[in-house]
Every structure is written in structure tokens, then in C-alpha cells.
Design a protein around this ligand. Structure first.
Ligand code: SF4
Length: 333
């Protein structure tokens, strides 16, 4: 359903246009005033018409609005610009290696919509940077010489905002590296612009399957029928879908919302994989949920929801690897 607020900006849009990702990209809102946002915005802002249309209240009490509208430049002392010191873990430009067996390619600094709790906010100043094939070939050369890396993660920004040709070429090069056995793509496209999952993109992904795609849904309202269609197309392309959510105050920090989110993900054929405690990124004070509260949510979910729908509650701690917080006992299905 297109809301009155959306119609006010874009007029009466045909279904055909709405479902065309080129139209969604062209009409991405980058000026908060055009979106009718009265908050005093600071920081990076952009939203697709699709995601904008999910907003119901135009203030911080709305879980969609709250994720994307930058009002609190809250530089608390414990937060850090690059909390995981990723910049110093780049042996070659564009490749982060924080774990012995995995590498992460920063394919772009571009996203269709910007999350204000983003771990990689420290790169936002490098706006618009995108990987080139020649730079990726240098990464591939490094990987060939470091065969202990067996898994490659395409992230960003959002890897699925790149054009089809670049995605195809990078996947093809990756498949030619003998030591890379597993490919993962991390993306919020199925939430922000599901129209981008076209037949052509799905068939490219299928060619290089099996591929793992990590989606990122934080609220049940994000699981639209367009997202259902997009994730079904990915599943038919041989993709295994896992979801990473972030526990965010004022977005999903209540039991019923989490219950609905994880059950709906399971219905979509997406395994809820991680529920992250919000990373210590600057400007994220307003999103912090006490660890104890997260544990309570998970412990209750373990009792009331089937095991497949239970994610692991995780904190990524600067200077250490990911810490598993809950559930601590065996999950009953
Ligand atoms: S889509 Fe991912 S990379 Fe982009 S702003 Fe959101 S969390 Fe950050």
C-alpha cells in the first residue's frame, strides 16, 4: 500500500514503475526536507521510496524512521570512529582480514539507504567510492598468495548496489581462486530496495552458487511482499539465506517485535542467524540496549519459539572476536 505521504512526493505511481529498481534509485530521497522530515538532521541521509513508504510516524517513535534519520550526533566517550580498527587490518586496499580464514571485501561506500547505527560509518567520508575490477584483481592476487583464507565476504556499503557486470566479474574471479571455498554477500537490498533482485541478477548469482547471502532485517515491517518475492528469487537461485539483525532501542527492543521478526523471517525461508548488540560506533547512544535485556529476550524466545527461528545473540568486541552471549543452553525445537 502506497501511503498518502509517499503519494504527496511522487504522485500516483504505477505498479510497474514502483517495481522498477531504476525508478527506485532515481527517486531516492537525499534531502530530509523533501521527505517532510522536520527533525534537525545532521549526518548522512538517503532513503529509497520503497523504504520511505514503510514509515508510519514521522518522528523517532517510528522504528523505520529512527533507523535512518540522523538527529543525534551523540559522541559518547566510549564510542569509537572505527571500533574494530578495520583500517589497520587491510593488507591490500579494499580487503579487511580480521579472522584467519575469512576476508571481507569493501566493495563500495554506497548504500541505497543509510542506517545510523552502521559499523562502517567511519568510511562515510569516502562517499561514493566503488571497487574497480583492477583493484579487485589485486585483492584476488593477495588471496591466491594467502590460501588460509577460505571464505570471502562481499560487503560495503552494500555489495548488491554494484552493477550486474561488476558483480558477475568479481564472482567469476573469486570462483577461479582455488583456496576460496565459500562466498558470502552481506546486503540490506532485500529490505531497502527488493526491486533490485531482478531475474538477471538472480541468474548471475545462480551461476556461481552455492552462495550465502546475509540479509539484514531489523523490524517485521521491513518484511514486505516485495521482500518476500526478492528473497524467494534468491532461494530459487540456490542461495542460502541467513539474517543478521541488530538489537536497537526504540526499533526492536521488545519481545513481541522480536518474536514477530524471527517467526516471519523463518516463514520467508531466511534463518535468523545473529542478533547483534549494537556496535560501539559514534552517534549510537540512543540505540543502546543493556546486554541483560537482550539475554532476557533470547531466553524467553528459546522457551516459546522453535529452534530454527532463534538467532545467536552476539557482541562484537573491539580487540577481540565475536562473543556469543545467548542462548547458553541447548535450544529445544
Ligand atoms: S546497509 Fe549496511 S553498510 Fe549500509 S548503512 Fe546500513 S548497515 Fe551500513
Amino acid at each position: 500500500m502506497i501511503t498518502e505521504r509517499t503519494k504527496k512526493i511522487f504522485g500516483n505511481i504505477s505498479g510497474k514503475l514502483w517495481n522498477d529498481w531504476h525508478w527506485q534509485l532515481k527517486n531516492r530521497i537525499t534531502d530530509p526536507k523533501i521527505a517532510g522530515i522536520e527533525d534537525d538532521c545532521r549526518g548522512r541521509f538517503a532513503v529509497t521510496p520503497h523504504y520511505f513508504n514503510l514509515i508510519r510516524r514521522f518522528d523517532q517513535s517510528d522504528p523505520i524512521y529512527r533507523q535512518i534519520v540522523p538527529i543525534d550526533a551523540d559522541y559518547a566517550s566510549y564510542t569509537r570512529k572505527d571500533p574494530f580498527d578495520e583500517e589497520s587490518h587491510m593488507p591490500v586496499s579494499g580487503l579487511i582480514v580480521r579472522y584467519p580464514d575469512r576476508g571481507l571485501v569493501v566493495t563500495t561506500d554506497f548504500c541505497y539507504t543509510y542506517c545510523q547505527f552502521c559499523t562502517r560509518k567511519w568510511r562515510w567520508g569516502k562517499s561514493g567510492e566503488q571497487i574497480t575490477i583492477s583493484r579487485f584483481e589485486k585483492i584476488a592476487e593477495y588471496l591466491e598468495n594467502h590460501s588460509h583464507i577460505r571464505e570471502l565476504i562481499f560487503s560495503g556499503g552494500d555489495a548488491l548496489t554494484l552493477n550486474d557486470e561488476t558483480i558477475e566479474r568479481m564472482l567469476s574471479i573469486t570462483r577461479s581462486i582455488k583456496s576460496i571455498k565459500v562466498i558470502r554477500i552481506a546486503t540490506r537490498v532485500p529490505a531497502f530496495m527488493p526491486q533490485r533482485i531482478t531475474e538477471n541478477l538472480s541468474s548471475i548469482i545462480k551461476k556461481f552458487s552455492p552462495i550465502w547471502i546475509m540479509t539484514h532485517f531489523n523490524h517485521p515491517r521491513e518484511l514486505t511482499h516485495e521482500s518476500s518475492r526478492a528473497t524467494a528469487a534468491l532461494r530459487f537461485a540456490g542461495v542460502s539465506l541467513l539474517n543478521q539483525s541488530v538489537l536497537l532501542k526504540g526499533v526492536n527492543d521488545n519481545y513481541n517485535t522480536l518474536y514477530e521478526l524471527f517467526s516471519k523471517l523463518q516463514e520467508f525461508g531466511i534463518k535468523p542467524y545473529y542478533l547483534f548488540s549494537c556496535d560501539p560506533v559514534y552517534g549510537t547512544e540512543k540505540f543502546k540496549v543493556p546486554i541483560e535485556q537482550g539475554i532476557e529476550f533470547i531466553e524467553r524466545l528459546v522457551k516459546e519459539l522453535g529452534g530454527i527461528a532463534i538467532p545467536r545473540y552476539i557482541a562484537d568486541v573491539p580487540g577481540r572476536s565475536k562473543l556469543h552471549i545467548a542462548p547458553l543452553r541447548q535450544i529445544e525445537t
